[in-house]
Design a protein. Structure first.
Length: 467
């Protein structure tokens, strides 16, 4: 039979077989021996006291004590004053000969990476974040530990973001219209479902962009139409009345790195006002500007037609899974309904910590420090390779584009693989239907990705891979 019991010291489950003609003590001894021998009770595991176990089993304490004593004598258990009875360190799982493990070479990724999309994770402000966490946890109201009641998220973070986004990014951000989400993809998924529910069939996207962003739209039943991209950003004059929404990276086009010019910004807003379409603004690295004044958010031109999406993935770390949307008033209830149907909110404590991090000024200090670090890396990149290839998109962000002689993109990527360097070509980001875009051989260098200690050898590997 099988017995399960809870004790004062630990929960324990044993297969106790009394059907083979053995007494209770023998059955208990064998069950414990088998659990230790097979590895289910790991070495060092503390067992219940003989008194507790006997009471739970409804047997004499001597029965348990004798079983323990026998296993101590055999070496399966140890018993020390003040430490209780534990599984001995010498007990190891038995391995049938037929199941001996086969040794295989360990799989290993490239030693170096310049894949764009990630900040230097070693730069996460652990000490400052911990201080903010202590303050946030101390001041957190009791109801913060309960179930979320507002799908928009904690009001403390929404208020902090409203002030920060207005000051730093020129966003018109009423806390009531900010909706917190688990990163950009979560927000885009909610909006894609909403567009489909509105019977939108087609969404315009930039001709160069991330394929998994396009995949989110396609999975929602939407068709993506590519817009041309040139030195002035996305060609918003190509937007047509058949398009119901457009996804743009106006402050720093990904991956080409250009900013959407004022004329093309105005064209996008005019299209939205004329057709009733929506602009989805991805402001993924808006804080990082080096050689020019920050480019404000497109949302400031028309908060009623633009959904602003931001994230802490580049400024802090993608592992926080923290993003936000500033939603037009006429769209808010639909967004909240969509969010209610999938989840209620991100983790309340993380929201409170980020709110404290922003309001205390720690967020601004961290961004300024990382801005200096990334600018130094960008300058080192240009100094190392700028006399051999064209370097563009460097006024902002965490990546740059290295233009190559015609036909060399594939060979440079192969050479990078020989250098044990992970690198992406520009062609990887091209929309499959963007046939009107001119051919361009280039690689996209995410200079924010390596750690400080890995930066120099990674840069050397890139230099060795280039023609």
């Amino acid at each position: 039979m099988t017995e399960s019991w809870a004790t004062l010291g630990a929960d324990l489950h044993l297969q106790l077989d009394l059907t083979a003609g053995r007494g209770l003590r023998a059955g208990l001894t064998e069950a414990l021996r088998e659990a230790a021998r097979g590895g289910r009770l790991a070495a060092g595991t503390r067992l219940p006291s003989s008194r507790s176990l006997a009471a739970d089993l409804g047997v004499a304490r001597n029965t348990v004590a004798e079983a323990y004593a026998e296993l101590v004598a055999e070496g399966w258990l140890t018993a020390r004053q003040g430490s209780g009875t534990r599984v001995a360190e010498r007990a190891r799982p038995r391995r049938p000969a037929a199941a001996a493990p086969v040794r295989r070479p360990a799989r290993k990724g490239p030693a170096y990476s310049l894949i764009p999309g990630s900040p230097d994770l070693g730069g996460f402000p652990r000490a400052a974040w911990l201080s903010a966490a202590r303050r946030a946890l101390t001041d957190a109201p009791n109801e913060a530990f309960g179930y979320a009641v507002d799908p928009r998220g904690r009001v403390e973070l929404r208020q902090a973001l409203a002030g920060y986004l207005a000051r730093a990014r020129g966003v018109y951000a009423d806390p009531e219209r900010i909706v917190l989400c688990a990163g950009f993809l979560h927000g885009l998924t909610l909006l894609a479902g909403l567009l489909r529910a509105r019977r939108v069939r087609e969404v315009a996207v930039e001709g160069y962009g991330l394929d998994f962003h396009r995949d989110v739209l396609v999975r929602a039943g939407l068709r993506t139409r590519p817009l041309g991209v040139d030195a002035e950003g996305a060609r918003t004059g190509e937007l047509t009345p058949t398009v119901g929404a457009v996804l743009l990276t106006p402050a720093h086009q990904f991956p080409t790195g250009v900013a959407l010019t004022p004329a093309r910004r105005a064209a996008a807003v005019d299209w939205a006002r004329t057709t009733g379409g929506l602009i989805l603004e991805d402001d993924y690295d808006g804080e990082f500007r080096y050689d020019r004044q920050p480019v404000g958010a497109l949302q400031g031109l028309d908060p009623d037609r633009v959904v602003y999406l931001g994230t802490a993935a580049k400024s802090l770390a993608p592992g926080l899974r923290m993003g936000w949307m500033v939603v037009p008033p006429g769209l808010l209830e639909e967004v909240l309904a969509a969010k209610r149907s999938t989840d209620w909110a991100c983790g309340a404590l993380d929201q409170l910590i980020l709110a404290e991090f922003i309001t205390s000024g720690a967020y601004d200090r961290h961004v300024r420090g990382m801005r200096l670090r990334y600018r130094r890396r960008r300058d080192e990149l240009v100094a190392t390779v700028g006399d051999r290839v064209g370097v563009s998109g460097i006024a902002a962000g965490l990546h740059a584009v290295l233009d190559l002689p015609e036909g060399l993109e594939r060979s440079v990527l192969q050479s990078a693989a020989w250098q044990d360097l992970a690198l992406h070509g520009l062609g990887r980001f091209r929309h499959p239907e963007a046939v009107a875009l001119p051919a361009r051989d280039a690689v996209v260098v995410g200079y924010g990705t390596p750690s400080d200690s890995a930066w120099s050898p990674t840069l050397a590997a890139l230099a060795a891979a280039l023609p």
